[in-house]
Design a binder for this molecule. Structure first.
Ligand code: AMP
Length: 420
């Protein structure tokens, strides 16, 4: 062990488990790639204002959880706590929304940073795969995103997750509801901070996880009863489309989510095997965000799925992903000359697309075969003194244990044909 440890609230992804993370990212990305979403990558940090304006001054993310720093040049930056605002910033900056092809559909994959109180499933550095569809108001787009997230979770084999769905209304109806909710909250027995929150962002109080607060919230006015006709019709259409796609969801009239920018459709994917950190992903429509960060009106919708928690969900369901072994062939040279010959063969195999590895460090046969075993390779190539004299190499099928001598010059062709 060195003097240093991973910072609090972080952990390292190490082989072989890291392969699971890559597989989860890939499983989430695959349906997006297949549905017209292009890959986007933005910096790990942004101007702090992008988040305070975009995510919202009253959110926990902005008030408590951002890693803010000043550069030597005097810029105030923040490590990104989420990637929707950065993606929209990038799309606006590149004028992708003016290319006459709306919606702009993009997906991303990357690290997020939040200074949270660490616990299982809640980290200060975590990973999300996200999708954003920018510049179109169409219930089919909201439905598409929900269907695709469902599809990726099902492809991973997950079953014990639920989709919670709600509508947060729009500029028309939300203010009316906001006032009604505020009136209700003012009459409750709440601590000072919560009362303050009720003034700045009353909807967030609905999200309070404390039982003593939740108990008082029974009977709170629900946005559902305040939706304007346009929002109601929009929401009905989203529900119809995902129902028609066979995606099961639950209406959750109290679902508000932690970011300020959501309008209309909001949803969360929760997994029942994760304890208190049960949200594995979430998203919704954010029609006002573009204007909040100085752009034109660009109604948009998106989601982010947490990779870390999705991996935990797989573990909770006891799902072993079928991850093919990284190495197909493992070469074991015994002696100097064998080493040169086999190293050249391994290089050639790799050039031909065969995943091959090599026993390094002059190991003896026993230790080298152990390494071959551990690599998960289907075949081992063993080249000893006597084989050298005969111009052959021993090809061992690690599954059946069967061993055959083949000519050194046949190695590549033989393995290519055996591995198909
Ligand atoms: P949010 O951006 O807060 O809507 O979160 C979207 C998803 O990211 C959540 O459902 C989680 O899966 C994941 N996530 C958010 N915060 C954390 C965290 N601190 N640690 C691990 N995963 C997180």
């Amino acid at each position: 062990m060195s003097t240093f440890k991973a910072p609090k609230g972080t952990y390292d992804l190490l082989p072989p488990d890291s392969a699971k993370f890559l597989a989860v990212r890939e499983a989430i990305a695959a349906p997006l790639r297949n549905s017209g979403y292009g890959y986007i990558e933005t910096p790990g940090f942004e101007n702090v204002e992008l988040f305070s304006r975009g995510v919202g001054e009253s959110t926990d993310i902005v008030t408590k959880e951002m890693y803010v720093f000043e550069t030597k040049g005097g810029d105030r930056l923040a490590l990104r706590p989420e990637t929707t605002a950065p993606v929209l910033r990038a799309v606006l900056e590149a004028n992708l929304h003016k290319a006459g092809n709306l919606p702009v559909k993009v997906w991303y994959s990357g690290s997020q940073y939040r200074y949270e109180r660490p616990q299982k499933g809640r980290y200060r550095h975590f990973s999300q795969v996200g999708a954003e569809a920018i510049g179109a108001e169409d219930p089919a787009l909201d439905a598409e995103l929900i269907i695709l997230a469902d599809q990726s979770y099902r492809a991973l084999g997950l079953r014990n997750f639920r989709i919670l769905l709600n509508s947060l209304g729009d500029q028309e109806c939300r203010p009316v509801y906001r006032t009604a909710l505020q009136d209700f909250l003012r009459g409750l027995d709440l601590d000072e901070e919560t009362l303050r929150r009720a003034e700045i962002n009353p909807l967030r109080v609905l999200d309070d996880k404390r039982p003593e607060v939740q108990k008082q919230l029974t009977g709170a006015p629900l946005l559902r009863d305040y939706l304007c006709d346009a929002c109601k019709a929009y929401h009905e259409e989203v529900r119809d489309l995902i129902t028609a796609a066979g995606v099961v969801f639950e209406d959750d009239a109290k679902l508000v989510r932690g970011l300020d920018y959501y309008t209309r459709t909001t949803f969360e994917f929760v997994h029942d095997g994760l304890g208190s950190q049960s949200a594995v992903g979430g998203g919704g429509r954010y029609d006002g965000l573009s204007e909040m960060i100085g752009g034109p009106s660009l109604p948009s919708v998106g989601w982010a799925l947490g990779v870390d928690r999705t991996v935990l969900a797989l573990e909770a369901e006891g799902i072993e992903l079928d991850i093919p072994s990284a190495t197909s062939v493992f070469a074991v040279p015994l002696g100097e000359e064998a080493r040169r010959i086999l190293f050249a063969k391994v290089t050639e195999l790799r050039k031909n697309g065969v995943a091959a590895d090599f026993s390094y460090g002059g190991k003896g046969l026993k230790a080298a075969m152990k390494a071959a075993n551990r690599s998960g390779a289907r075949y081992a190539l063993v080249l000893g003194e006597r084989d050298l004299a005969d111009g052959v190499v021993q090809l061992k099928d690690m599954e059946s244990g069967e061993q055959t001598a083949i000519g050194v010059n046949e190695i590549v062709a033989e393995l290519e044909s055996r591995l198909g």
